[in-house]
Design a protein around this ligand. Structure first.
Ligand SMILES: *[C@@H]1O[C@H](CO)[C@@H](O)[C@H](O)[C@H]1NC(C)=O
Ligand SMILES: *[C@@H]1O[C@H](CO)[C@@H](O)[C@H](O)[C@H]1NC(C)=O
Ligand SMILES: *[C@@H]1O[C@H](CO)[C@@H](O)[C@H](O)[C@H]1NC(C)=O
Ligand SMILES: *[C@@H]1O[C@H](CO)[C@@H](O)[C@H](O)[C@H]1NC(C)=O
Ligand SMILES: *[C@@H]1O[C@H](CO)[C@@H](O)[C@H](O)[C@H]1NC(C)=O
Ligand SMILES: *[C@@H]1O[C@H](CO)[C@@H](O)[C@H](O)[C@H]1NC(C)=O
Length: 678
């Protein structure tokens, strides 16, 4: 048998023509690919030994399938060792916590702490020669001081499969104390000397610094504006000298966060976090979160306040029972002769996992199988009579999703339930499959239009049922014709001017020539405003200026020396040939992000009381964390015709708080509409 020999394991499969063929077929015939894939897997299974479990002493459980050999602390349920392809432990064996879950939580008014969801009871849920599912659980006691949560952490290892499926069922019963849970995740810390190369997408891959390169006390790095970012001044790999390291540079939107991880160039193995479904994530498909970063660290972020802040609903109330299944996610290990092959194989495995969702082998009663789930379909149209006044437009490539019932747009701060999202096709047709039974609202938004759609009725999903909502129509906010507009309504600031970084503070990966679409991920771009606009603030002239060049991506404060920052005022100048003094005009301001700002708006008379004040808004911190958007906000402001003039007019936008460098907004889109019927 060949399976015992190193090099004949998972990674080797990449190179077999059958697998390549199956992969190609999958792309072409998605209906039949599942069967073909199973045949390929079954063939492999015959050649693999059965999965076995053994207890070692009183406090370890080892599960082995001949490909990987995984050690768990028992009954705690931490992963302490993953033996693979000749490497005794792919995890960092110098530290205690190297494969674990954690939750950041607090009772209202108390300081936050981290709970590692350590189990007190070990169970074998199911054991056959084909797969073993084990559980490490604990039950909350009202007398205890820990997090009020029942925990059931599950791990599944399958015959012939090079990895570990992991999920947890977390539960709260009525009457348990109120808590906030700001973050729920899985963390892996890998062998520091072996894993050197990180990949989070096709074009975001690089040799990484060591954790010790971030050490400020040893003179390897110097501090930057916040602790997550450092300037590498004397890294062990001199190629990285002068660059910035910051884990937020490797954030990804949840919809795209399907596979990321690390490669050991020396051992030629890969360690990958594969996320086959987004259903257990919160806050919608474009919520961003961390992936992998220096450590070497690989995360599976289930929930967090990153890029959203406490606008998110993180408070779990005593009177509301709650139960949720996080995962399964799949940790995949592979081996191949080059980094490129490792990444390609990791993506292939990701596609296979996505196509196998929902998994048919998960044993928790809280995880519905395919036949226990339902489907919603329909076709979305848009009516905007000032874009096309006669017909319905297709809701082209709309994001359409189900989330807990709420207001239009509430999905972006909804953090406790399941969400199911899809993209409509170019005719607005959509199908959301494999939805867990339950009651949801149906939400949508369409790039190119402002605002949020919500279907009038709640949708109740029952097992096996398909609901067709038929033709549904979104009518975005619109009062009159467009007099001018700035940007594109797409919920990001990516189309605006993104400056080059400070030449002494950059990350090569995101320089123009290597990665033009990711230029906004550089450290310190906010401070470039003070360089580009040292004295006078930005002035944009409608019909003359070009938002791609003349609209800075973030409205921030200006450096005022001694580490202080001063508020800034931007102006939009526009010319009106006629004004109807008795009618109401509408100013639409869509924000892509906001961080502790109070935005003030004046029309023409800047010395008067502001026409509009947002009040203190935003905790998404997207400016400091190189996100090109945080939470979406739309303001619709009435502008009385009396305030406007024939000829030149000016709108003033003031950052009403001069606090720090990261406070500000990113605009998504601005538009002035005339009165209706004009
Ligand atoms: C990394 O792996 C090597 C080889 O197995 C081992 O000697 C070393 O102790 C490991 N280092 C860490 C930090 O895990
Ligand atoms: C384990 O799973 C197999 C396959 O689904 C099933 O036939 C068997 O009854 C299960 N055993 C237990 C103890 O649940
Ligand atoms: C509506 O469409 C008709 C025919 O294309 C056109 O004549 C008219 O000006 C349009 N009205 C508006 C308000 O765009
Ligand atoms: C990046 O692109 C912009 C616009 O094309 C150009 O002005 C700038 O010089 C480029 N910077 C680098 C570092 O290549
Ligand atoms: C900056 O701080 C120094 C020392 O506190 C002070 O002497 C100086 O006046 C300050 N300059 C400005 C522009 O505030
Ligand atoms: C109006 O604005 C235009 C463009 O900024 C400028 O050229 C013109 O001088 C202004 N007219 C008046 C009367 O201020």
């Amino acid at each position: 048998m060949e399976y015992g020999a190193p090099g004949m394991k998972a990674g080797r499969r990449v190179l077999t023509p059958l697998f390549v063929l199956v992969f190609l077929l999958q792309g072409v015939h998605s209906q039949t690919s599942r069967n073909k894939f199973n045949i390929a897997k079954a063939g492999h299974k015959l050649a693999s030994p059965p999965v076995t479990l053994k207890k070692v002493g009183d406090n370890q459980v080892v599960v082995d399938n001949g490909i990987i050999d995984v050690t768990f602390s028992s009954p705690q349920g931490l992963i302490t060792r993953i033996k693979y392809n000749g490497l005794n432990n792919v995890l960092n064996d110098q530290i205690e916590n190297r494969g674990y879950w954690d939750v950041v939580w607090y009772k209202p008014g108390q300081v936050s702490s981290t709970d590692y969801l350590v189990g007190t009871k070990f169970d074998i849920v199911n054991q056959t020669s084909e797969q073993i599912e084990i559980s490490f659980s604990r039950t909350f006691s009202q007398r205890g001081s820990g997090i009020p949560l029942n925990v059931d952490k599950r791990y599944i290892i399958r015959r012939g499969v090079s990895g570990i499926y992991m999920y947890a069922v977390l539960e709260r019963l009525i009457g348990w104390p109120d808590v906030d849970m700001d973050q729920i995740r899985i963390v892996f810390k890998l062998n520091t000397t072996k894993f050197d190369f990180m990949a989070v997408s096709d074009n975001r891959q690089k040799i990484m610094p060591f954790d010790t390169d971030r050490d400020i006390t040893k003179g390897r790095a110097s501090p930057l504006a916040y602790k997550e970012a450092v300037h590498l001044i004397n890294p062990q790999n001199h190629m990285l000298k002068g660059q910035v390291d910051d884990k937020y540079m490797y954030s990804v939107e949840n919809k795209d966060n399907k596979v990321h991880g690390w490669i050991s160039s020396d051992q030629r193995i890969g360690f990958w976090m594969i996320t086959p479904s987004d259903e257990f994530h919160a806050c919608g498909p474009i919520k961003q979160d961390l992936t992998s970063h220096v450590g070497p660290t690989t995360l599976s972020m289930f929930t967090s306040v990153h890029y959203a802040g406490k606008d998110m609903n993180t408070n779990y109330k005593s009177k509301e029972p709650w139960k949720k299944v996080f995962g399964p996610v799949f940790v995949y290990l592979n081996s191949a002769s080059s980094r490129n092959l490792l990444w390609t194989d990791a993506k292939r495995q990701m596609v296979s996992e996505v196509q196998s969702w929902p998994y048919d082998f998960v044993k928790s009663v809280d995880y519905p199988l395919h036949h226990q789930r339902g489907t919603v379909k329909g076709q979305l149209f848009v009516i905007d009579r000032y874009i096309k006044n006669v017909t319905y437009l297709f809701g082209q490539f709309a994001f359409v999703g189900l989330a807990l019932p709420g207001e239009a747009g509430s999905w972006q701060t909804e953090n406790k339930g399941y969400q199911f999202w899809t993209r409509a096709d170019k005719m607005g047709m959509f199908t959301i499959a494999n939805v867990r039974p339950g009651t949801y609202s149906l939400y949508a938004w369409v790039s190119g239009f402002i605002g949020d759609y919500k279907y009038v009725r709640d949708i109740t999903i029952t097992p096996g049922r398909e609901i067709d909502v038929g033709h549904i129509v979104y009518v975005p906010p619109r009062n009159g014709p467009t007099l001018w507009e700035i940007g594109q309504p797409d919920r990001t600031a990516a189309e605006f001017y993104i400056p080059d970084p400070d030449p002494t503070l950059f990350t090569k990966l995101y320089l123009n020539y290597s990665n033009p679409q990711d230029r906004f991920r550089q450290y310190g771009l906010w401070d470039r405003y003070s360089v580009l606009y040292p004295r006078n603030d930005l002035v944009f002239t409608a019909g003359v200026s070009d938002y791609k060049k003349d609209w800075f991506y973030a409205h921030v404060n200006r450096k005022a020396g001694n580490g202080t920052y001063k508020a800034t005022t931007w102006q939009i100048k526009f010319n009106l040939k006629a004004v109807i003094q008795t009618r109401i005009y509408t100013l639409r301001i869509a924000l892509a992000a906001a961080s502790t700002i109070d935005l003030l708006v004046w029309v023409n008379e800047v010395d008067s009381k502001p026409l509009f004040i947002t009040g203190l808004i935003g905790r998404d911190n997207a400016i400091a964390r190189h996100g090109i958007h945080g939470l979406y906000k739309l303001y619709n402001i009435d502008v009385h015709g009396k305030l406007l003039r024939v000829g030149n007019n000016t709108i003033f936008l003031t950052h009403g708080r001069n606090s720090d460098s990261f406070s500000g907004v990113m605009y998504d889109y601005l538009r002035l509409e005339g009165p209706s019927g004009v």
